[in-house]
Design a protein around this ligand. Structure first.
Ligand SMILES: Nc1ncnc2[nH]cnc12
Ligand SMILES: [Zn+2]
Length: 333
């Protein structure tokens, strides 16, 4: 990386799994507090395991490490740690994914997860100057029925949830499997997003649009394999929440220099830059901006476009959006 300072351009982070912000230090602290033994002798040994060959190899560790998250306090602490780091990297608005099924399967109630996260998020505007939304994701490698059961269990907390999402192992689990739960979420007034076209084919992006009716696509980089799909995404200005460092760590792209971010922007796609699971992938959102700036030679105007796009794609009211866009325009970095 260059020795230029990290451009902490004001941005919205729209693709961030809160469980993917669990840093080794906090994992060990929570393990000790909750009397859980981790299969790693030290934080360094744990970090040494962060060498992934694909999405599944990452997910195996990601789910295993969640064992340390047990109480409302744990979830609140996790969110506080993320918000502090995010603010230091320019985040002004964060739309935060969580995976309830990964916790309920371990006997942690959905209320514990949502109440714990909400405690931190409620303080975020005051403490960190960050507005937030919560996005409840369904695990696509679990059944459609499990997603429906999860949605019904979350009903008492729906006023705290802005959108539903779809994540976990993509290939073999197409969006159409979750048509019913997304319909229920939309009927309840929620926005809809889905991971699609990360490892899965362009056909999954079409399904996310046509069957689930999503408002944004998470990742979506494989759309470039289908010119008709790119034309659709451009025509409708469907936001894509791209995660460059994640794509390299999970071997979607071999090197950052090969990342198609510039090509996507040139095509007219509404691309945003995000961190996905920053504790595992080598950087938070500002680090992602810096990395693509250096690897792809992006200039200040392009970084500003990416930041503007993040606020254009955010689930916020128009007055708030105008305020954030003005902050980007005033940014002198
Ligand atoms: N990059 C990713 N893709 C799919 N599911 C995820 N869960 C956490 N990170 C993910
Ligand atoms: Zn993701």
């Amino acid at each position: 990386m260059s020795d230029l300072p990290t451009p902490s351009i004001p941005t919205a982070e729209l693709h961030l799994h809160i469980e993917g912000t669990l840093e080794p230090e906090l994992a060990f602290a929570l393990a000790q507090r909750n009397g859980i033994s981790l299969p790693y002798a030290s934080e360094d040994e744990l970090r040494g395991a962060y060498s992934f060959t694909d999405l599944q190899s990452f997910l195996n560790l990601y789910y295993a490490l969640m064992a340390v998250l047990r109480t409302e306090d744990d979830f609140a602490e996790l969110a506080h740690a993320y918000l502090a780091r995010a603010r230091a990297q320019g985040v002004r608005h964060a739309e935060i994914f969580f995976d309830p099924q990964a916790h309920t399967v371990r006997g942690v109630s959905i209320g514990t997860v949502i109440d714990g996260l909400s405690r931190a998020l409620d303080e975020a505007p005051q403490t960190y100057g960050i507005t937030t939304r919560l996005i409840m994701c369904f695990l696509r490698d679990e059944s459609a029925q499990s997603a429906l059961t999860t949605f019904e269990a979350a009903r008492p907390w729906l006023d705290r949830i802005a959108a539903v999402g779809l994540d976990s192992a993509e290939v073999g689990n197409p969006p159409s499997k979750f048509r019913e739960v997304f319909e229920r979420a939309r009927d309840a007034g929620l926005k809809c997003v889905a991971h699609a076209g990360e490892e899965g084919p362009p056909g999954y992006v079409w399904e996310a649009l046509d069957v689930l009716g999503v408002d944004r696509i998470d990742h979506g980089v494989r759309c470039l394999e289908d010119a008709d799909l790119v034309a659709r995404l451009v025509a409708e200005q469907v936001p894509l929440t791209v995660c460059p460092l994640s794509n390299v760590r999970l071997r979607v792209h071999e090197r950052l220099a090969d990342h198609p971010l510039r090509e996507m922007l040139t095509a007219g796609l509404l691309v945003t830059v995000n961190s996905d699971d920053p504790a595992y992938f080598g950087g938070y959102v500002g680090d992602n901006y810096t990395a693509v700036r250096d690897a792809l030679g992006l200039d200040g105007a392009t970084l500003r476009t990416l930041a503007r796009n993040s606020f254009l794609a955010a689930f916020i009211d128009e007055e708030t959006r105008a305020g954030y866009l003005a902050e980007v325009d005033a940014y002198g970095g």
